[in-house]
Ligand binder design. Structure first.
Ligand code: SF4
Ligand code: SF4
Length: 77
């Protein structure tokens, strides 16, 4: 069985820090950064990438389409 890995890209400049993605993620993959983007918003970032199951609830929830999810094949174990 080859586990699937998911690569998340969050456009921090689009993010308005609403935290919807952080709240909806069932695996606590996302968090809000203590840092600010150029709009003065705390942006979401990936804090726990290995736990992502690729469910896409975060990208579906984001009102600003700031999250992209790519699926990657893992290397052979
Ligand atoms: S795809 Fe699912 S598990 Fe991965 S960060 Fe988004 S909500 Fe969390
Ligand atoms: S849902 Fe979108 S805008 Fe809101 S914190 Fe997450 S990435 Fe940022």
């Amino acid at each position: 069985m080859s586990p699937r890995l998911y690569s998340l890209t969050i456009d921090r400049e689009r993010c308005k820090g609403c935290e919807l993605c952080v709240d909806v993620c069932p695996r606590t993959v996302l968090a809000l950064s203590p840092k600010l983007n150029s709009r003065g918003q705390h942006y979401a970032f990936v804090t726990n990438p290995a736990s992502c199951i690729g469910c896409a609830q975060c990208s579906d929830m984001c009102p600003d389409a700031a999250i992209e999810i790519d699926e990657e094949e893992s290397a052979h174990a």
